[in-house]
Design a protein around this ligand. Structure first.
Ligand code: HEM
Length: 242
């Protein structure tokens, strides 16, 4: 097919295939940008952080679309992107985990929970915070996989409207787990009083702005919904009285 203005305008930017492609490109470009931003770190840290950061950004955007479209109904069309952003966010989180398993703890799974091998031949607990943050990350990931798998039209039909909606609406729990997990690694993990510590992670402030932004949108949408419901119930109350 010749590539002219007619064929270009015939491409449906709102079709699901196009949405997958655009989200994939966004995920690739974003990961590359995060990767370049930390050239001084070892390959393992650079990659797992870049992939983790991009996963966080995609999931944050997916979380923001709901309240945003409630606040600005004109852009309600963005809601269809929630599914793809969520799915690729979870896929990147899986890659993030695999890099940590292969490159950091080298498949010695007990290390994920904060244990280290002692020269005398047994494991000792040395990093409680690391273990807890990883457990939170694992729970978030399992939850994210369940949400991503159940976000198809097929599972919507199988589960039925109310059950499906309940499952998807509990994505706030997933978001909170991810926020706690990331905050630990950005603000707490690389701090020590008896070892030299790396420079603060540049992502600390952007992360705070991102989390604050999502929270503000959620509060705004909540207040708007509450006001409009109150308006509706007071008008219907007046209607009954008259
Ligand atoms: C939905 C799931 C997850 C998301 C969105 C996520 C996201 C993130 C983010 C954004 C960071 C901070 C990156 C930075 O320093 O800039 C991070 C760090 C980290 N995450 Fe996750 N994570 C998830 C699941 C997991 C799981 C399952 C594990 C392991 C069990 C894990 C282990 C780690 C570790 C070890 C770090 C520190 C990385 C480093 O300093 O190199 N994460 N994660």
């Amino acid at each position: 097919m010749p590539l002219n203005l007619k064929t270009l305008t015939a491409i449906r930017f709102d079709g699901w295939k196009m949405r997958h492609l655009i989200t994939l490109i966004l995920a690739g470009v974003g990961t590359y940008a995060f990767l370049e931003s930390r050239a001084e770190w070892s390959a393992m840290h650079r990659w797992n952080r870049a992939v983790g950061d991009m996963s966080l950004v995609l999931i944050a955007l997916a979380m923001a679309f709901g309240p945003l479209s409630r606040l600005v109904p004109k852009i309600r069309g963005i809601m269809v992107w929630r599914r793809e952003f969520g799915i690729y966010g979870v896929l990147l989180a899986i890659v993030h985990l695999v890099i940590i398993l292969a490159g950091w703890i080298e498949w010695d799974l007990i290390q994920l929970f904060g244990y280290q091998f002692h020269p005398q031949g047994f494991y000792v607990m040395t990093q409680q915070g690391f273990g807890l943050a990883n457990v939170i990350g694992l729970i978030a990931l399992v939850y994210g996989i369940v949400l991503a798998v159940s976000s198809s039209n097929w599972s919507q039909r199988v589960l039925g409207g109310p059950v499906w909606k309940f499952l998807q609406q509990s994505s706030y729990v997933l978001w909170m787990l991810i926020v706690v997990h990331t905050a630990y690694f950005l603000y707490l993990h690389f701090q020590d009083y008896h070892k030299s510590v790396p420079d603060p992670n540049w992502a600390q402030w952007p992360f705070a702005v991102l989390v604050g932004g999502v929270l503000l949108l959620q509060i705004g949408a909540f207040v708007k919904t509450w006001r409009s419901r109150r308006g509706t119930s007071s008008t219907s109350g007046r209607a009954v009285k008259t």
